[in-house]
Ligand binder design. Sequence first.
Ligand code: GCB
Length: 598
Amino acid sequence: MLYPQRNKTREIIELDGIWNFKLDDGQENRLYENPLTDTMMMPVPASYNDIYDDPKIHHHIGGAWYERSVYLPESWSDKRIVLRFGAVTHHAKVWINGQLALEHSGGYTPFEADVSNFLDKDYNNRITVWVDNRLDFTSVPMGKMFQVTEDIKWLKYYFDFYNYAGINRPVVMYCTDQLFIEDVNITTEVEKNNGYVDYVIDTKASDVRLLVKDMEGKLVAKGSGLKGRLSIENVKLWQPLNAYLYTCVVEVYHEEQLIDAYEESFGVRSVEVLNDQFLINGKPFYFKGFGKHEDSDIVGRGYNEALNIRDFSLLKWIGANSFRTSHYPYAEEILKMADREGIVVIGESPAVGLNMNLFQTKDETFDYINLKPIKYPSVWEVAECQDNHIKVMEEMIKRDKNHPSIVMWCVANEPASDDKGAYEYFKPIVNFTRSLDPSRPITIVEYNGALPMTSEVTKLVDVVCLNRYYGWYLATGKLDLAEILLSKELDGWYQMHKKPIIITEYGVDTLHGNTDTIAKLWTEEFQEAYLNLYHKVFDSKKFLIGEHVWNFADFATAEGITRVDGNKKGIFTRNRKPKKAAYLLKDRWHKIDSFYYK
Ligand code: GCB
């Protein structure tokens, strides 16, 4: 799906700003039929949870209503008009002037529709959005409603970040001609000094012309037709931390008149997993960076431009070259920043927490009303989300395929890969992902409990990605033991599978300012000691090709007895202040080149 663009032929109306808002009364009533009454102000984009001092809004489970209106300019009268949401978490229904115009499930990918027929050109059109934050066993991610009595209910979700909801990303209306460019697909190959650009343009138009321009705006290649191959002589490659972007200008003509145009930027680079190396442009790359979150004060998971640029600045400051979009596809704007800054990205789907046992609490394993224990089933016996998982892989790849920064797809984070049924669940999803994008390697991130001989999914992936917490969740505080366990386990994975390994999570909860002469749990000194130990082990393994610390910054989670005001494994606080360990990483990573470290 193309990102909205303003150019010679396309116009945009931004619909961000203050919308009317109210919580659903639980009846899921027909509030879209008339203008909403008794509303409050709600910023868009933002999560609604932390804007007001009202626990009912913060803890809300269920539907919520948003509303605003829009006038269309005269010039749009014979145009195709599209309404597009960057992301609404997790389900949305949208009415225009009381008529249902679009519907979408999946809280981290965009959706749009041609709404021309719903709009009144002479009228202030009312847009009403119903947002639902509930999850179940069919959704990605999964969740479950526990209803003890009519009033006592909670939404259990099987992931460690706050279930922020609302219109979390920008909303726009844009217009195109009736004959328009639907999609632009670009893949590249490199051979000696030449770059090859293979393109496929989706459009009903027949006269399609392409121009490729370099960063100075100089024409470097020209083509025409719906598909083809262009070559760029003396090509400048997109390199980690040294990005170079070309622009492909696609134009559609009718009777020699320009009727639609779209400019897609792309980089020329190659990616390949060969033996125990991850090659970018033919050279072995070493991942240094973080698992992140889209998370900040007040706006929650709402798109936050200033914060995102600040984060890229900190990534550069600390010497990182990559991050993973844990645990959902991030805003398109963030990927554009990564393309431009040369930050390498592992693009992850929202399939987090297909591993309910990791998250069970006493409340869910004991039926208080009938006073008996409840047996927790294996996730593969209850998950009904395979179709939606495939759908979200498709949405993510269709949205993100042209970003040079994305070098690998992560199909899921920490599923119960060692439970019977994991292989059957993942095989069709991985096959589908490969068929849609054969150009990028694939991974599934393994949880603490999965071992080289028990994981059923390692044979499906190109790179083994492990989240490891020896010294924290296991062998708590015993770093000498942690060192032995980590080292042995890493050797075990490599010996058995002969695939390169990235540690996609390692880290400890650390309270900023909590310091001690003895490196005790939760102190800044312990975080440093833990990282030093892991780095010593990493440096002794040639097949270990990357280190992503968990997490870039402290972030909000559901309340719980192991979370003090959220997850504190950040190297930066939630306000982006460095903990002591930030300097340790800065020192280490600036000495590690992106290429040929191993
Ligand atoms: C994990 C999860 C991540 C959690 C982290 C933790 O393995 O992938 O979402 O936040 O552990 O801190 O427990």
